[in-house]
Design a protein around this ligand. Structure first.
Ligand SMILES: N[C@@H](CCC(=O)N[C@@H](CS)C(=O)NCC(=O)O)C(=O)O
Length: 219
């Protein structure tokens, strides 16, 4: 694996999956999955300044100027959950997701979508609100988003009773979709993780692939 920073995109020939990333953002999900599957990938940590994100190079890959972006040959993607599904389907060989005919498939899809569409969303609203209105943040907006974050956390807390992973005994990519949220949750709501969630998160952090992913994104 090679880690590059701010490389000129136009001078670059892709040899493996590239993940345009910024440390401690959603691209971590993709890095973590690649580590779990032990497939080669490359991280390109971009300059997060709007001038770069909306500039002529990166702006072509990701018109919303967000991270992550995944590039695999001709394929360009800008939704982390879709990237996970793409990588699982193309390189996973059936690992880390139940098959379409398995009874846990619906739960798998449910928790993957919950991870981004429902749980990440209010966390991001707090981040965006503070970033866009640093001088004049609206506390009632932030409080409402914190309430929504807590509601998501309560759902996970209840679901994790007596379980190792969100689908039961087996780790899956749904744990990546959900688990990514725990650090920004604590940082932006200023709340500690509830007991079942805290031990779930510890279990996730103790995975070798998780540790390698942390190293890869911060190199
Ligand atoms: N739903 C998208 C969200 C992407 C997203 O919002 N990324 C954040 C970093 S985690 C970002 O680039 N924010 C900058 C902005 O919104 O301007 C995904 O899952 O990839």
């Amino acid at each position: 694996m090679v880690i590059l920073t701010n490389r000129k995109l136009s001078h670059y020939i892709p040899l493996m999956i590239r993940i345009y990333h910024f440390p401690r953002t959603r691209g971590f999900r993709v890095i973590w999955l690649c580590e779990e599957l032990k497939i080669p990938y490359e991280v390109i940590n971009i300059d997060f300044a709007p001038e770069y994100r909306f500039g002529k190079d990166y702006g072509k890959l990701n018109p919303l100027g967000k991270v992550p972006t995944l590039v695999d040959e001709e394929t360009i993607m800008s939704e982390s959950g879709a990237m996970l599904q793409y990588v699982l389907d193309k390189f996973g060989g059936g690992r880390l997701q139940p098959g379409a005919d398995e009874s846990s498939r619906a739960a798998f899809l449910q928790w993957c979508w919950f991870g981004e569409a429902t749980f990440s969303r209010p966390i991001s609203e707090i981040v965006n609100h503070k970033r866009n209105f640093p001088e004049n943040p609206k506390q009632d907006v932030i409080d409402e988003m914190k309430k929504r974050c807590r509601a998501c956390m309560n759902v996970v807390e209840k679901e994790m009773e007596g379980k190792d992973y969100i689908l039961g005994n087996d780790f899956s990519a749904a744990d990546i979709m959900i688990g990514y949220n725990f650090v920004p949750y604590s940082r932006y709501t200023e709340e500690v993780l509830s007991p079942n969630v805290a031990s779930y998160y510890e279990r996730l952090c103790s995975r070798e692939a998780f540790k390698r992913a942390v190293e890869a994104e911060t190199k």
